[in-house]
Design a protein around this ligand. Structure first.
Ligand code: SF4
Length: 244
């Protein structure tokens, strides 16, 4: 049985349209998605291990590694894989550098990987490297809320200040000199906001479970269209989209 919520990035759409995560996930990715993901992986690998991915040498040598978070991060804080267990609320740290391979997860588990996790005496920082064109507002990002919540619970339950952010690495081919820019976009999250995120996760799990039962019983699930339909992996099987 696959997890009801594979990752926190499905959270918002699942709350709006729970059927989106239980109908068959057959829609192809956007044509630009594969090359963008490959480039993103190459940048992550460089910053996390120093390795240069074959085929990307020319662009990777332009990345100003010294201007990123990479030199600051101890090995224990790189690519930290964690999983929130929906049944107990416990968080387990699975290890570093697992390449998004989380092993077997239960239906109520929601996993995630912090590219950078920095712990201080009273502070905790979680960062995600982003290489795409569009970056969500950190204060609205379910992914950052999820990573921050997991890191606090697993590593620093008594923390005072939680910083969650994106380090955005953008390549501009039109610029001959210094074509890469590195920008930090972050928010400070309260423990109350992290609690709220957990409540939203629980609500989404209940809704997704209900849809799973409906589909298993042969009932057509209710769907609710919105702007989130554009990237919905179930859009080809969606009763509201068929024939459109
Ligand atoms: S395409 Fe839209 S309405 Fe249909 S399942 Fe996906 S999110 Fe729901």
């Amino acid at each position: 049985v696959r997890p009801l919520l594979g990752s926190a990035s499905m959270l918002d759409r699942t709350l709006e349209c729970p059927a989106s995560n239980q109908l068959p996930q057959t829609a192809p990715l956007h044509p630009n998605a594969a090359p963008a993901a490959e480039w993103g992986t190459a940048v992550h690998t460089l910053l996390e291990t120093g390795e240069v991915t074959p085929g990307h040498e020319a662009k990777l040598k332009e990345i100003p590694v010294a201007k990123t978070l990479a030199p600051l991060v101890p090995a224990a804080g790189k690519e930290v894989a964690m999983v929130w267990r929906g049944e107990s609320g416990q968080v387990d740290v699975l290890g570093n550098g697992l390449g998004r391979e989380y092993g077997e997860l239960g239906p109520n588990d929601v996993s995630g990987t912090g590219d950078v996790v920095l712990t201080g005496y009273k502070t905790l920082e979680v960062w995600d490297y982003k290489t795409g064109q569009k970056v969500p507002d950190p204060a609205e990002s379910a992914q950052l809320h999820h990573l921050a919540m997991m890191a606090v619970k697993a590593l620093r339950p008594a923390v005072d200040v939680v910083v969650a952010g994106f380090q955005r690495i953008r390549f501009d081919l039109r610029k001959k000199k210094d074509p890469v820019t590195v920008r930090d976009e972050y928010t400070v999250l309260s423990i109350v906001e992290l609690d709220l995120h957990e409540r939203r996760l629980r609500r989404a799990l209940v809704k997704a479970e209900q849809v799973r039962e409906d589909i298993a019983a042969g009932r057509e699930p209710e769907v609710r269209e919105g702007s989130y339909c554009f990237f919905c992996p179930a859009r080809l099987e969606c009763p509201a989209k068929k024939g459109k």
